[in-house]
Design a protein around this ligand. Structure first.
Ligand code: PMP
Length: 314
C-alpha cells in the first residue's frame, strides 16, 4: 500500500515530453478513439539508464534512436522530430526528472480519433517518458524463471515487419505470455514459423552448450535486440565462442545454461523449460559471469565499451 502510494506520487510528479514540450505525466492524455490506441499502430522503444561512478548513463542511446527511426520508416510514419531532437529529448527527460536509473519509453502514435485504418495524413505525435524501474522479472532476475514453449508461433516478416518495434506486434507476445502464466509458468518461449526456437515475448534467448554461447540467428523470426548484440560483443571480447544458428526445441532441454536477454529483462536465467530442469537447475557460471560483465559495462566500471554509454549530468 505504502509502495503503491509512493509510486503514484512519483508518477504524478514525473514530467514527460510530448511533441516538443514537457508537461506533468497526468496531462499527457489522448482521446479514447485515438487511432494508435484502437488499432495498435504506435511504435516504441525501451531504453535503460544506469547509475555510474560519474553520474547517470543511457545505454546505447544512439542504437535505440536509430531503431525507433527505422521502425517509423518501415511504417511510413512521418515523425515531426529529427533523430537529434529525439535524442536530446530523451536525455532531457532523464535529466529533468533526475532519474539515476530508469526505463525510458519513446512512443510515436497517430494522434487522430478519425475512424478508418489508413494512416494517410493523420497527425503523428512523439512522446517520451521515463520511470524508475527495477527488474522486469522481479526477484526471479537473480534466481531464474520457469518457461513454457508456447503453442503460439512468433509472427514473422511475411506477416508483419518483425524488426519494427510496433505496438501491434506485441499482441503476439501478450497472448504467449498470458498462456504461459495461466499454465503456472513465469514466461513463454516462442518458436518460429518453421518450428525453431525464436525468442521470448520481449527478450532474446541464449543457451550454453559445452562452454559455447548459442543464440537463434536472424532467420529465426527474432527481433535483433540491442542487448543481444551487446552480449555477443562482450562475449567475443572475452574469448567466448558465440554461434548464431537455428536452435531446436530439444536443445533447450539439454542446454547446460539458458537465459533471456533484453533491455527490460537484462540477463535473466531460465532454470526450466516445459518443466524440464536446465543443467542442475541453478543459475549457471557463464550466465553469472556474463551478467557481471554486462553490469560492469552498463555501470561504467568496465570502460572497454564506454562508447555505449551516454553520460548525463543530473
Ligand atoms: N525481442 C523482442 C520481441 C523484444 O520486444 C525485445 C525488447 N525490445 C527484445 C527481443 C530485446 O531487444 P533489446 O535488447 O533491444 O531490448
Amino acid at each position: 500500500m505504502y509502495l503503491k502510494l509512493l509510486f503514484t506520487t512519483m508518477a504524478d510528479q514525473l514530467k514527460v515530453w510530448l511533441d516538443g514540450e514537457f508537461m506533468p505525466m497526468e496531462e499527457a492524455k489522448v482521446p479514447i478513439m485515438t487511432h494508435s490506441l484502437q488499432y495498435g499502430s504506435g511504435i516504441f522503444e525501451g531504453i535503460r539508464s544506469y547509475e555510474t561512478r560519474k553520474g547517470t548513463a543511457i545505454f546505447r542511446l544512439d542504437e535505440h534512436v536509430k531503431r525507433f527511426l527505422r521502425t517509423a520508416k518501415i511504417y511510413s510514419m512521418k515523425l515531426q522530430a529529427t533523430a537529434d531532437e529525439i535524442r536530446e529529448a530523451i536525455i532531457e527527460t532523464v535529466r529533468i526528472n533526475r532519474l539515476k536509473s530508469c526505463y525510458i519509453r519513446p512512443f510515436a502514435f497517430y494522434n487522430s480519433d478519425e475512424i478508418g485504418l489508413h494512416t494517410g495524413n493523420k497527425k503523428v505525435s512523439v512522446f517520451i517518458g521515463a520511470v524508475p524501474f527495477g527488474s522486469y522479472f522481479g526477484e526471479s532476475r537473480a534466481t531464474g524463471v520457469r518457461c513454457k514453449v508456447s503453442s503460439w508461433r512468433r509472427i514473422n516478416s511475411a506477416i508483419l515487419p518483425i524488426q519494427a518495434k510496433a505496438s501491434g506486434n506485441y499482441t503476439n507476445s501478450i497472448i504467449a505470455s498470458n498462456e504461459a502464466k495461466a499454465a503456472g509458468y513465469d514466461e513463454a518461449i516462442l518458436t518460429s514459423q518453421n518450428g525453431h526456437i525464436a525468442e521470448g515475448p520481449g527478450q532474446n534467448i541464449f543457451m550454453v552448450h559445452d562452454g559455447k554461447l548459442i543464440t537463434p540467428n536472424k532467420d529465426s523470426d527474432i527481433l535483433l535486440g540491442i542487448t543481444r548484440d551487446s552480449l555477443i560483443k562482450i562475449a567475443i571480447a572475452n574469448n567466448i565462442d558465440v554461434i548464431e544458428r537455428f536452435v531446436h526445441r530439444e536443445e533447450l532441454y539439454t542446454a547446460d545454461e539458458l537465459f533471456f536477454a533484453g533491455t527490460a529483462a537484462e540477463i535473466t536465467p531460465i532454470v526450466s523449460v516445459d518443466n524440464i530442469q536446465i543443467g542442475d537447475g541453478k543459475v549457471g557460471p557463464l550466465t553469472n559471469s556474463l551478467f557481471e560483465k554486462f553490469s560492469a559495462v552498463v555501470h561504467g566500471t568496465n570502460t572497454y565499451f564506454s562508447e555505449w554509454l551516454e553520460e548525463i549530468e543530473l
